[in-house]
Design a protein around this ligand. Sequence first.
Ligand SMILES: N[C@@H](CCC(=O)N[C@@H](CS)C(=O)NCC(=O)O)C(=O)O
Length: 221
Amino acid sequence: MKNKIFLYDLSGKNNIRFSPPCWNVKLCLIHNNIDFDTIPIRFTEKNKISFSNQTLVPIIKYNEEIVSDSWNIFVWLNDKIKEIKLIPNEQTRVFSHFLYFWTSKSLLPLIFKLIANDIPKILNEEDKQYFIKTREDRIKMPLKSLLSDKEKSRKQLFQSLITFEKILANNRFFNGKNLGLPDFIFFGNFMWAEKCSSEDLFKNLPNIHKWYLNIKKLNRL
Ligand SMILES: N[C@@H](CCC(=O)N[C@@H](CS)C(=O)NCC(=O)O)C(=O)O
């Protein structure tokens, strides 16, 4: 890459970075030694990203090119920087795309139930109000009502992660021997929980815990 990539990254109080898809993209960039800078944006700073004609992060800006949505960003990186072989074959593309949907539609909502009430603590006042309002509209109930169901949510999370726990019994990474796109897509969800909450997502999931710590250590995170 001749020039630097800019990544618009969700930020909370004290510059804390906690967005799952932003972490997925950052891990990919860091692991592949790609030169980038992040531009912090708070929930209520939509004006800063209006150039992208949508309202969510991550967004990549490279010269005049603008790419939003983590999956589109991975595909763009794969096409742009051939040397990193991010999507080396059709199987990786399909499995990774499955994981992109599964993590955002199944895993993320489960983790959300466990950490939703911790997230406002890392936001400034304006963002806190925005977050609570938009998320309560989305789940159609008060965030606080999730607190009484935590034990049930922990069991649901364990049940959905057990398949992935088993895969890691025989494979170092979801990508096989080496860290790759399926791992990047899985990783940010756990980093999100770590940044926002003290909830332990790895209870009785030693392989996933080891995988997570290993990735952090390998990439000095
Ligand atoms: N499918 C999208 C999801 C993007 C997304 O939901 N981003 C959240 C942060 S995790 C966001 O920008 N939220 C802003 C808001 O809710 O106003 C991706 O993978 O990039």
